[in-house]
Design a protein around this ligand. Structure first.
Ligand SMILES: NC(=O)c1ccc[n+]([C@@H]2O[C@H](COP(=O)([O-])OP(=O)(O)OC[C@H]3O[C@@H](n4cnc5c(N)ncnc54)[C@H](O)[C@@H]3O)[C@@H](O)[C@H]2O)c1
Length: 275
């Protein structure tokens, strides 16, 4: 039996993160060969080991992708190892919190760099090989890229540079979809709501806490926080042939958060006002 991604080579940036790890395992289960990179060597290695332990094929290299040399090296490593690149999943990020007033210029530049320039650099380096393979590109954006102000309850004025960068990622993806469509390359984004990962556990992890309640309430579906696997399932779909007529799109995976405008399902009291 062959998988939906049999023998395809998929690059994952920031491969040590929880969303990346779930994605690597999910894609490898469908036959993909995973090439990961992370600035944290131990985290990158842990994902590679997890894929191999599950019977999949993976390799990784520790790199700083914010640097063009690192971005170029990532694609070179994958090509040396497997001879082709079918897809890149831009997942790596690093951010400094702050409001429009409180964010320092250095923090602003760091956050725009790590969330907008970095995925562009990694993608740019991989484009020739992805074009040759008529492959696809996925950017992990965020609901906060389109819906800042309602995207992160309890944190609404605190992620200005991050949200601005993610808005740029949405635009970058559409621009690249236009640029590469005639070559048969598809380019899409996923916009997650709050997903429970090491990065967010500090803020939202404590069940029963007011922040956790604020993080779950805006979703329309029976209220839970997102899981890395929710995002991994979306990536699998977008890089598979089942999405062969999908490009320039954004797949929101947020339990209905954005559709509710960040305020959650209608209550009986709300409905009573429209009768
Ligand atoms: N977790 C959420 O709630 C959530 C919500 C919306 C969007 N997202 C997006 O999903 C993606 C993954 O999120 P996560 O919570 O798993 O993040 P995470 O911070 O756990 O993982 C990101 C990984 O990127 C790596 N990285 C950082 N700088 C790097 C660099 N210069 N070079 C190479 N690697 C680098 C980190 O070491 C880390 O392992 C991110 O793009 C994030 O913005 C997450």
């Amino acid at each position: 039996m062959t998988g939906r991604l049999q023998d395809r080579v998929v690059l994952i940036t920031g491969s040590g993160g929880d969303i990346a790890k779930a994605t690597a395992l999910t894609l490898a289960r469908e036959g993909a060969r995973i090439v990961g990179t992370d600035i944290d060597a131990a985290l990158a290695e842990a994902t590679t080991t997890a894929v191999r332990n599950a019977g999949g094929e993976a390799a990784s290299i520790a790199l700083d992708l914010s640097d063009d040399a690192g971005a170029q090296e990532f694609s070179r490593f994958a090509l040396e190892r497997y001879g082709r690149i079918d897809a890149i999943v831009n997942n790596a990020k690093a951010a400094r919190a702050g409001s429009g007033e409180s964010t320092s210029p250095d923090a602003w530049r760091f956050t725009i760099d790590r969330n907008l320039t970095m995925p562009w650099l990694a993608t740019r380096a991989a484009i020739p090989a992805i074009r040759a393979a008529q492959g696809s590109i996925v950017f992990i954006a965020s609901v906060s890229g389109a819906l800042f102000g309602t995207g992160y309850p309890g944190n609404t004025t605190n992620l200005v540079a991050y949200s601005t960068a993610k808005a740029g990622v949405l635009r970058l993806s559409v621009a690249l979809a236009n640029e590469l469509g005639s070559a048969g390359v598809r380019v899409n984004t996923i916009s997650p709501g709050v997903v429970e990962t090491t990065a967010t556990r500090r803020t939202y992890g404590d069940p029963g806490s007011p922040r956790r309640e604020l993080a779950t309430r805006p979703a329309l579906l029976p209220q839970r926080i997102g899981r890395p696997q929710d995002i991994a399932n979306g990536v699998l779909f977008l890089v598979s042939d089942e999405a062969s007529w999908i490009t320039g799109s954004d797949l929101r995976i947020d339990g209905g958060w954005a559709a509710s405008g960040g305020v959650g399902p209608a209550t009986d009291a709300d409905l009573a006002t429209v009768r």
